[in-house]
Design a protein around this ligand. Structure first.
Ligand SMILES: NC(=O)c1ccc[n+]([C@@H]2O[C@H](COP(=O)([O-])OP(=O)(O)OC[C@H]3O[C@@H](n4cnc5c(N)ncnc54)[C@H](OP(=O)(O)O)[C@@H]3O)[C@@H](O)[C@H]2O)c1
Length: 456
């Protein structure tokens, strides 16, 4: 019987949970994994009339209703191409292959073209929410066109998280690599906000001498405000967790080297390529690289010692968090705007704000205000101009105490730069013209000029 409505290939954490999510909504789901043992485990534990496992890829494909819809949840990269090739002999014209992993959008665009040659539809879909989100409701960012949307709307609406109005956190974003691009920028914003959270924590443990449990209270207050977010909520949980063996706060026992899988770097490279200053995301990405220089940091810290003095600075952490997170979002949106223009995606930013309101890692109440900002055509500086004084106090106190604030400093400098009509770039142009005859424009005359600087 070919009556499974959706097929999932790849049953590691994300795929297995997504399959269970579909099945729990009474959507008949077929599952397949390269290593059959994973399929067996899933079916043994959760199999029912809505969740069916297959050992052979051919049987899996044949069990699906046409046009077939197959979501790939395999390791990003070469595995996607391998699975497409394995599937190809059994698929029919018009079938859909959807990549739900963290693929690079340019790879997705290539795959869309290649699959088109095979008569297949390839869709790149960003999925955020991790294990829990996949099971209970993720935020879905599909590169699906409005024409194809009716074929997916019903099933994707059912499995997605809900926004603050109770609508499904999924929308047809468009064609090609757009879904994976939006997911990439989502992850870039996630890097920036996590770094800012870490900087608030670092300041409090060093300058204020608070323990992890006490620092958790600061984030608890943020969670009771209009700036509540998933990341600040889980910060409270992580800070409060005690190690069973030692009874100490677990966070104090975790080695300070933060890994990355690449999406922060991709976002930064895209920003550089497009000339969009996503400085908070870049600093957050570089901070993870810096964290890996543990030996060097150990050695240099023996030469340059630190003492921290509480300078009595008292700041409103809610305002600090709001300022930093807002700038991270704004920089991400600026990159999305540029990419949308370049690729003719015609991205709807009100919708992007909406589908990030539930299920995903960067979900926050602040997205309601950002959504309103796009609806009303408000200027982003208006959202955070009243927070500047508090941020200044934080930056000053950290500077006096010699504490690095890469992401917050980047946010602060971005705000100052973006609200300053006179930049010193005129001097840079003068220097460039001096050594390289790169020419310059003038403010008092039209045209392109070159000065013979060596003539007195
Ligand atoms: N983990 C998260 O929180 C999260 C969140 C959002 C998005 N994602 C993305 O979602 C995707 C899946 O993530 P994951 O953590 O569940 O799994 P993963 O560790 O990225 O990948 C493991 C899965 O890929 C399969 N696989 C690897 N190479 C293959 C190949 N050449 N042919 C066929 N299958 C192959 C594995 O099959 P075997 O069992 O046979 O080895 C297994 O099912 C990734 O792109 C990931 O970046 C993950």
């Amino acid at each position: 019987m070919s009556d499974n409505q959706i097929g999932i290939i790849g049953l590691a954490v994300m795929g297995a949970n997504l399959a269970r999510n579909f099945a729990s909504r009474n959507i008949k789901t077929a599952v397949y994994n390269r290593t059959f043992q994973r399929t067996e485990e899933l079916i043994n534990n959760h199999g029912n009339e809505f969740l069916n496992g297959y050992e052979k890829i051919e049987d899996f494909v044949n069990s699906l209703a046409k046009p077939r819809k197959i979501i790939l949840m395999v390791k990003a990269g070469a595995a996607i191409d391998q699975v497409i090739e394995e599937l190809k002999p059994f698929l029919s014209e018009g079938d859909y292959v959807i990549d739900g992993g963290n693929s690079f959008y340019e790879d997705t665009e290539k795959r869309v073209k290649k699959c088109k040659e095979y008569g297949l539809n390839f869709i790149g879909m960003g999925i955020s929410g991790g294990e829990e989100g996949a099971l209970k409701g993720p935020s879905l960012m599909p590169g699906i066109t409005k024409e194809d949307w009716p074929k997916f709307e019903n099933i994707l609406d059912q499995i997605a998280a809900k926004d603050f109005q109770g609508q499904a956190c999924v929308t047809p974003l468009g064609y090609g690599g757009v879904g994976h691009y939006v997911k990439m920028v989502h992850n870039g914003i996630e890097y920036a906000i996590m770094q800012m959270i870490a900087e608030i924590y670092d300041y409090h443990r060093k300058v204020k001498g608070l323990d992890a449990g006490q620092i958790a209270e600061i984030f608890e207050k943020i969670n009771q405000s209009e700036n509540q977010s998933f990341l600040s909520e889980i910060t409270v949980q992580v800070l409060r967790r005690k190690d069973i063996e030692s009874g100490k706060f677990l966070v104090d026992l975790i080695l300070d080297r933060a890994s990355q899988k690449g999406t922060g770097g991709w976002t930064s490279i895209e920003a550089i390529k497009n000339g969009i200053p996503t400085t908070t995301i870049m600093e957050a990405t570089m901070s993870r690289s810096l964290s890996f220089l543990k030996n060097e940091r150990n050695n240099f810290s023996k030469i340059i010692g630190r003492t921290f003095n509480d300078d009595e600075a008292s700041v409103d952490w809610n305002q600090i968090y709001r300022f930093g997170s807002s700038i991270a979002f704004i920089q991400g949106f600026e990159l999305l705007k540029e990419a949308s223009k370049e690729h003719n995606w015609d991205l709807d930013f009100v919708e992007v704000c909406r589908i990030w309101q539930g299920g995903c890692i960067i979900r926050t109440k602040m997205l309601i205000e950002l959504q309103e900002m796009f609806k009303k055509g408000q200027k982003w500086v208006e959202l955070i101009q009243n927070n500047l004084e508090e941020v200044k106090k934080f930056i000053l106190s950290s500077t006096q105490n010699e504490i690095a604030l890469p992401a917050f400093s980047a946010a602060y400098n971005y705000f100052l730069s973006m609200t300053d009509k006179d930049h010193p770039a005129n001097l840079i142009q003068g220097l460039r013209d001096y050594f390289g005859a790169h020419t310059f424009e003038r403010i008092d005359k039209e045209g392109i000029f070159h000065e013979n600087w060596l003539n007195e």
